[in-house]
Design a protein. Sequence first.
Length: 162
Amino acid sequence: MTLQGLFIRGIFSSVLEDIRRTHLVQPDRTLYLQPFRGDTIRMLRDNPPTNRNPVRLYLSTSEDPATVSYSADIVGWENKLRLTRSRKLEIEATIKSFQPDEKCLYNHSKTPGKPSLNLVHIQRLVELPSPFSVTNLIKISDGKPYSPYKESPGGWSRVRLV
């Protein structure tokens, strides 16, 4: 069986643990990830995921970027630059309550000249009982396994797991 999804590399483990603890008791609560890379995640923008049609998310931590150790369902996406003031306040209240290590919405990215604009909505985050190497993820863009040596955190790729 082949599962397609999105891989985000190098999320801070403290942020993932805040989300995991919440999802243990409230798996359908929507929480947020804000990848560092400044480019738009086009697969989410062009085909927005929903609760009924989620996208599988694979995650590695900044402490172990070469190992996929978490997965979740992506149930939405927003461009942070287009959020209304009331929507920003709503998201920041959720982050403050359930993701204290995330602290707030931020606009900086690791890409010079590009703000961080991706707000990824997730549900059902779990720590994998059997973490696996990122080399088990095949990039859709070129059909090659993901490299365990790529160092930039916050980057992503559309992938398939075989």
